[in-house]
Write a protein that binds this ligand. Structure first.
Ligand SMILES: N=c1c2ncn([C@@H]3O[C@H](COP(=O)(O)OP(=O)(O)OP(=O)(O)O)[C@@H](O)[C@H]3O)c2ncn1[C@@H]1O[C@H](COP(=O)(O)O)[C@@H](O)[C@H]1O
Length: 107
């Protein structure tokens, strides 16, 4: 997804160079605990928006979560390619529902 690549590069640049007035630079300066707090908050906001808000608001909350996840990835040295490779590995395997979760078939 093009926008994710652009955002990732911007976040990499903020970590390397910093930028006056940048929220991303602010997060990196605060450190891992602050980034994790924001990821946790944004997860909760996605859950709340899913239950009670419009599709538009939910899309906004998902965007916030994805942004903060990318900040976390950059902080931990994880690339989009790392995640793509993991998803690609999983895509080889389908029908992952565990046997015990499958409905009992009545013969
Ligand atoms: N996608 C985002 C993005 N999503 C959310 N946010 C910011 O995340 C903050 C979260 O808001 P909250 O109300 O939860 O938190 P807050 O009270 O403002 O801040 P805290 O005190 O909790 O840290 C807001 O300030 C938003 O502006 C983002 N800030 C930046 N980006 C991207 O990062 C790029 C670089 O931004 P800067 O680093 O600010 O130049 C931008 O062009 C965008 O593409």
């Amino acid at each position: 997804m093009k926008e994710l690549d652009v955002l990732y590069e911007t976040v990499i640049d903020r970590k390397a160079n910093g930028e006056e007035g940048s929220y991303t630079s602010y997060l990196f300066n605060k450190g891992l605990d602050k980034i994790l707090k924001k990821v946790g908050e944004e997860c909760t906001e996605v859950v709340i928006a899913s239950l009670s808000q419009s599709k538009e608001e939910l899309v906004g909350e998902i965007g916030d979560l994805m942004y903060h996840l990318i900040v976390l990835m950059v902080e931990k040295g994880i690339t989009l390619d790392d995640v793509n490779a993991e998803l690609e590995k999983r895509s080889q395997k389908t029908h992952n529902l565990k046997a015990e979760r499958k409905p009992i078939e009545h013969l």
